[in-house]
Design a protein around this ligand. Structure first.
Ligand SMILES: [Zn+2]
Length: 101
């Protein structure tokens, strides 16, 4: 299954198929008007809001989970970003949250 290179969301009928960019497939939420993913800050904020909807995840944990998620994705590995520096969730914490999605 294809996933968004910027946020990791599945790209399928249910979530939308995304748009092909120079860097790879980008979902409708991450794609900016210039045809590239939006800024790290914007996507980070969106990720945090998303993970805060998961049961038992507070703001601090949502931040660490989002950072871990984005750091593992191709777009941010290629381009890096200051907003992704800082504390990350452990593999265990990340796995526990993903299991609840
Ligand atoms: Zn995305």
């Amino acid at each position: 299954m294809k996933t968004c290179i910027s946020c990791g969301m599945p790209l399928d009928e249910q979530h939308g198929l995304g748009t092909e960019t120079a860097d790879g497939q980008v979902c409708q939420y991450c794609l900016g008007e210039d045809g590239h993913p939006k800024s790290c800050e914007v996507i980070f904020e969106g990720g945090m809001q998303f993970f805060m909807t998961v049961e038992g995840v507070d703001k601090a944990m949502a931040e660490k989970i989002t950072r871990k998620n984005m750091n593992s994705l191709p777009y941010w590995q290629m381009h890096g970003a200051d907003c992704l520096k800082g504390e990350q969730a452990s593999d265990e914490e990340f796995g526990a949250v993903l299991a609840k999605l």
